[in-house]
Write a protein that binds this ligand. Structure first.
Ligand code: SF4
Length: 326
């Protein structure tokens, strides 16, 4: 039997709710300050907002209708009947707070929805948004996902993120004081990123007591500045072998109670330019698990945690920040 070597999201949610819980994507028509000129107009070099829209998305659908379509699909495919409504388009906190609150309340009314998750940037958390998170976090499990990407300011600049690592750290610390769960999106193996940069990203998450992490490989999506750079031969993509090793070494340096929500990232096949292996999620996941197995290593090992200590955490539903989880 395969030994669990990291703390995955499904296991945590099953412990917490006693059932399988699945995320269902919802779009609220949010914008992005890195595109509308508030910060920049070019956006992050890797981002094409169309690539993260749910397959069934129709802009005329209400939140309820989106949830109806999404839950029908996941209950049939994954036999899941509890859901987290996931507001994933662009920067959900860049807009009117009352509109965001209305969308969240509508999602929470939907049968089977047991929590909310939403994506934002470190520099898009004004006090009215924090107050809203405080209110929502008192009534449901709210995950606030922050685009951190890297602890290296040089890498953040080449991604055209428009924020610094210090801002990401501050945002995670601020959110950690609210009754919400925090999650950091990171990209491992960006061109020019050193191993020390990757270790520093793990350290940033440990220091801020972030609850979860979504680890992504870089993938080149059509319609982005990165696609142009790739076609011009300005950089090479990381191989699956190298990425799997990097993920294993990142996990070894991550606190064992951090919930690992993702180990790879992918975009729709018709929009993906490279790498080919990102289109084969199970292959990539299998390789990462094999590397952990071959090296006989696990999440938190280099911080001094034994595999038994990791297993004890896997049996619990505790979160790193000690956040009040509803
Ligand atoms: S990744 Fe997020 S912050 Fe960057 S351009 Fe896309 S939506 Fe905006």
């Amino acid at each position: 039997m395969e030994v669990a070597r990291y703390r995955n999201l499904n296991g945590f949610l099953r412990k917490r709710f006693g059932h399988r819980v699945h995320k269902v994507g919802v779009c609220g028509g949010f914008g992005c300050p890195n595109r509308d000129g508030s910060i920049d107009t070019a956006g992050c070099v890797f981002c094409n907002p169309r690539s993260s829209l749910p397959k069934s998305y129709d802009s005329s659908d209400s939140v309820t209708e989106q949830l109806r379509k999404g839950t029908e699909y996941v209950s049939e495919r994954f036999k899941a009947h509890r859901y987290i409504a996931y507001l994933q388009d662009q920067t959900t906190t860049h807009g009117r707070v009352d509109e965001l609150e209305k969308i969240c309340e509508e999602a929470l009314e939907y049968p089977g929805v047991v929590g909310l998750a939403l994506c934002t940037r470190p520099d898009c958390l004004p006090s009215e948004i924090l107050s809203l998170f405080g209110r929502l976090g008192q009534k449901t499990m709210l995950w606030v996902e922050v685009g951190v990407q890297s602890a290296s300011d040089g890498i953040l600049r080449s991604m055209n993120r428009g924020h610094t690592a210090a801002e990401a750290e501050e945002a995670l610390k601020t959110l950690g004081e609210l009754p919400v769960l925090t999650s950091a999106h990171v990209i491992l193996g960006y061109p020019g990123e050193s191993e020390d940069d990757v270790w520093a990203t793990a350290e940033l998450l440990n220091k801020t007591r972030t609850d979860g992490v979504k680890i992504h490989n870089l993938h080149v999506v059509e319609g982005t500045p990165l696609a142009r750079h790739y076609r011009e031969g300005l950089f090479e993509m990381i191989s699956l072998e190298h990425y799997a090793a990097l993920v294993a070494e990142f996990l070894e340096r991550l606190e064992p109670d951090v919930i690992v929500e993702r180990l790879t990232g992918e975009a729709p096949p018709e929009m993906t330019l490279a790498p080919d292996w990102s289109l084969h999620k199970q292959l990539a996941l299998g390789r990462i698990r094999s590397v952990l197995e071959e090296r006989d290593t696990w999440q938190g090992r280099l911080l001094g945690y034994s595999i038994e200590e990791l297993r004890a955490i896997l049996r619990s539903d505790l979160t790193p920040g000690g956040s009040l989880v509803r």
